[in-house]
Design a binder for this molecule. Structure first.
Ligand code: FAD
Length: 405
């Protein structure tokens, strides 16, 4: 056995695992905490491949965990960035209706935002929209002043630095390959030997269902990887977008639709779309993994989801392969944008939990199992809300996990 026994082992060094570790090392400084990350540094997957938006909380169903944690999480994230000198900006955003049929959904977003405690929301017409975003075109828009931008990879690095300073241990390049539950301990096998602990928190993102199964549990959901591809606006045309321009989202999907995002670096990107990835960490269209694809194809919920959503799925694939189609979607928001203004940018892969019944799980999902907790669905806005997700998990799970002074 490598090393001695820990109180708690966290699997996964993304922003969520790190935020949980941050909270535990802060509240229980004498406990022995070990965080295991398979990559050579933290924040290499979803947490380092996202849009960098500090979401306000306008989208989420009142009463849901997302709604409860996003607005307070956004304020906590802004405060964290300010305190630690991480670049950020509360630049606000506009959600733009380009068809009259979208008006009721835009109004519903305003109601949701107000129910979730947001202030300063404002419904505006085309003229006022042009004063905020001179190149945007729409029939109506909702102004959301509390939305911001930051660099979540830098946030992850800072979380890791504080965890180490608070006495936690982070081992990178250490992949969890087996988990054994015994009466009084949990043994975690890795590519660098085994570690034991009293409790375990699974924050493995795209692999959280597999870690749950490795631990002998049935997660009831499968993680489906949805790749989001971005284009960058060429620097000469970045002035087409001042801050953030979003469409009215389709309520049937947990994704927000392709939008324009000004990054904290000053560049502007367009995207992300949402295409099924044939590999869990498949950042390129050609990435393929037989096990990842086969596990999708044998899961009953996958076919139920496919039967319901095949048309929109095909549209997303079409936009993935056709720049012209991608640009057409963007031109609804900013008609002046041209194919020549966009160059391929990065991509990210979302971990989206799918039920056996074929439903995409909308809310955050934390599933306790004895001395373990599986964080099975933490899609957007989990980067925004990470600090308060960490607090909420420790508040609710500490007694069951045996975390105490
Ligand atoms: C394209 C895209 C855009 C997004 N935009 C936003 C946004 O603008 N704002 C926002 O708030 N949210 C956004 N999100 C969502 C946000 O990025 C995620 O909700 C968040 O990063 C999830 O963090 P995580 O720690 O759960 O996952 P991850 O960051 O994926 O971390 C999981 C970690 O577990 C590790 N791991 C997996 N298996 C093992 C193993 N066997 N052993 C050891 N380690 C393992 C992985 O290497 C990984 O580092 C976006 C996501 C994507 C993909």
């Amino acid at each position: 056995m490598t090393g001695s026994r820990y109180t708690v082992i966290i699997v996964g060094g993304g922003i969520v695992g790190l935020a949980v570790a941050l909270e535990i090392t802060k509240r229980f400084p004498h406990l022995r905490l070990l965080l295991l990350e398979k990559e050579d540094r933290v924040g290499r997957h979803q947490s380092g491949h996202n849009s960098g938006v500090i979401h306000s909380g306008v989208y989420y169903k009142p009463g849901s965990l997302k709604a409860k944690l996003c607005a307070t999480g956004a304020a906590a994230m802004v405060e964290f960035c300010r305190e630690h000198g991480i670049a950020h900006q509360v630049c606000g955003k506009v959600i733009v209706a380009t068809h009259a049929e979208e008006f009721p959904r835009l109004e519903e977003l305003r109601r949701r935002g107000e129910a979730n405690g947001l202030t300063g929301l404002q419904s505006i017409g085309p003229e006022a929209l042009r004063q905020i975003e001179p190149h945007a075109s729409g029939l109506r828009a909702l102004v959301v002043p509390s939305t911001g931008i930051t660099d979540y990879a830098a946030v992850c690095d800072k979380y890791a630095e504080i965890i180490s300073a608070q006495g936690g241990t982070i081992l990178t390049s250490t992949a969890v390959v087996g988990i054994q539950r015994h009466a009084d301990e949990i043994v975690v096998e890795t590519n660098h030997g085994a570690f034991s602990a009293t409790s375990l928190i699974n924050c493995a993102g795209l692999f959280s269902d597999r870690i749950s199964r490795m631990a002998g549990d049935d997660p009831q959901v499968m993680i489906v990887p949805f790749r989001g591809e971005y284009y960058d606006l060429i620097p000469e045309r970045a002035s087409l977008v001042r801050s953030l321009i979003y469409p009215v989202p389709d309520p049937r999907f947990p994704f927000l639709g392709v939008h324009f995002t000004r990054r904290i670096s000053g560049s502007v990107d367009a995207g992300p779309n949402a295409v099924l990835a044939f590999r869990r960490e498949g950042y390129r269209r050609t990435d393929f993994n037989l096990r990842d694809l086969a596990s999708c194809l044998v899961f009953p919920g996958f076919w139920r989801m496919a039967a319901k959503n095949w048309r929109s799925g095909l549209d997303e694939f079409h936009r993935s392969f056709s720049k012209a189609a991608f640009v057409r979607a963007l031109q609804r928001l900013v008609p002046e944008v041209r194919e020549a203004d966009l160059v391929p940018g990065g991509s990210g892969v979302r971990a989206q939990a799918l039920t056996r019944q074929g439903a995409l799980v909308d809310d955050f999902q934390f599933v306790p199992s004895g001395r373990m907790l599986h964080v099975l669905n933490v899609p957007s806005p989990a980067a925004t809300a990470s600090l308060v997700i960490g607090r909420a998990i420790v508040d609710t799970a500490a007694p069951a996990l045996g975390l105490q002074e």
